[in-house]
Design a protein around this ligand. Sequence first.
Ligand code: PEP
Length: 258
Amino acid sequence: ATTRTPLMAGNWKMNLDHLQATHLVQKLDWTLRDARHDPADVEVVVLPPFTDLRSVQTLVQGDQLFLRYGGQDLSPHDEGAYTGDISGAFLAKLGCTYVAVGHSERREGHQESDELVGAKVRAALRHDLVPILCVGEPLEVRRSGDHVEHVVTQLRAALDGLDAGQVSRVVVAYEPVWAIGTGEVATPDDAQEVCAAIRAAVAELADDATAAAVRVLYGGSVKPGNVAELMQRPDVDGALVGGASLSVEDFASICRYR
Ligand code: PEP
């Protein structure tokens, strides 16, 4: 894990308009600077709603903030008659580095299939965006004990057919559905078990060097009080943070977990 730069990504979901986004991003930057945060130690990313991205871009590029940012979703298509959808080309033009793909709230609320999630991963890569590919099992699958198989199947479906160079550009986020927004965090051992299985599956899909380089995040009720122990596990390279990323104090302290 020593060669992989830890990554903390804040998924704001459908929270904060562009004025609130400006406020949070400025305050987060000041807080991390005050703490002498070095982005080479831990990379910090925010994923605001689409309508905030232009304001975030202006701030980050204008004031040279070290935060990176991205979208919460993208279209599998590049342009055309897809009312309401957002192209990866538009996100790239706004200076996005990342884009979340296949978040469980999209898989469930918008019936996104593994096939569609795979097409979105490809769309992200076409536009030089780093997809944060979200995978994770619902509670009934966890109870049945088939969680590793479930997650690896989702991963294979999304990455199948990509070459090792493409796979190496992907970040994977293991987000057990039962832990998202519930306050119920997976134990560090649970997170490690699945993150290690994801890395092993990446080795099979690509090769050992790619598996060693790919960052695997844990997501699900990550808070300042539980992040350090999760980050001690060898295959957990960061966190995808929902609720706690809306508080500057909490998210900054998650980024400063060491
Ligand atoms: C998420 O939205 O990806 C998430 C993990 O949410 P929370 O941290 O609120 O559980």
